[in-house]
Design a protein around this ligand. Structure first.
Ligand SMILES: [Zn+2]
Length: 190
């Protein structure tokens, strides 16, 4: 799809992921959207467009995501977040996911396609509330932190949790400066 005037203006005729300028930009609707609304689209250069099918094969180029994730455009945020999640072996990708705070709507958008395919594991707290990366949770019982040799008391707040991708029963969070794995059955969304 060619760029609409609105998308051309917003992107300033540059790729919205890697900032490469050019006339061969494509208007890419971020799934689940398939329409031509600029709010649902991202202007992509041919290189970035090629990375969508196999992001892990183009991890070097996709380091641009550490910049684009800070875009103010929800569509760019959602696509960047989604691609970063597909780079589980890149420390810089994990760092970017950890440092950014996105609206719940954007996070849901980022996961919409995977969820439709059944690929997304849903994390819920002890009471069934859905947990998102970046949430704050509260421990509902004392936790013996193995290896770190201390007990995190009931009521401890854990900010900016991360979801363990393949295990709906586990999240990660920092307690006393240590990142530890916490079982979701012992937390309440804060
Ligand atoms: Zn690009």
């Amino acid at each position: 799809m060619v760029l609409s005037d609105a998308l051309a203006a917003r992107s300033q005729q540059s790729c919205e992921l890697c900032a490469q300028p050019g006339s061969s930009l494509t208007a890419y609707p971020v799934p689940p959207y398939q329409d031509a609304l600029p709010d649902h689209q991202v202007a992509l250069c041919p290189t970035c467009l090629d990375t969508l099918a196999h992001p892990e094969a183009a991890a070097d180029h996709l380091q641009c995501l550490t910049g684009s994730i800070w875009s103010e455009v929800p569509a760019v945020q959602a696509l960047s977040h989604k691609l970063l999640r597909r780079l589980p072996n890149e420390p810089w990708a994990a760092e970017a996911l950890e440092s950014v705070e996105l609206d719940e709507a954007v996070l849901n958008w980022s996961e919409a396609e995977d969820r439709a395919k059944g690929d997304v594991v849903v994390h819920t707290d002890a009471y069934g509330a859905v947990l998102q990366a970046g949430d704050t949770v509260v421990l509902i019982q004392n936790l013996n932190v193995k290896g770190a040799n201390f007990i995190a008391p009931k009521g401890t707040q854990v900010r900016k949790i991360r979801l363990v991708p393949d295990n709906g029963g586990q999240i990660e969070g920092k307690i006393n400066g240590d990142t530890i794995v916490i079982l979701t059955q012992y937390v309440k969304k804060g």
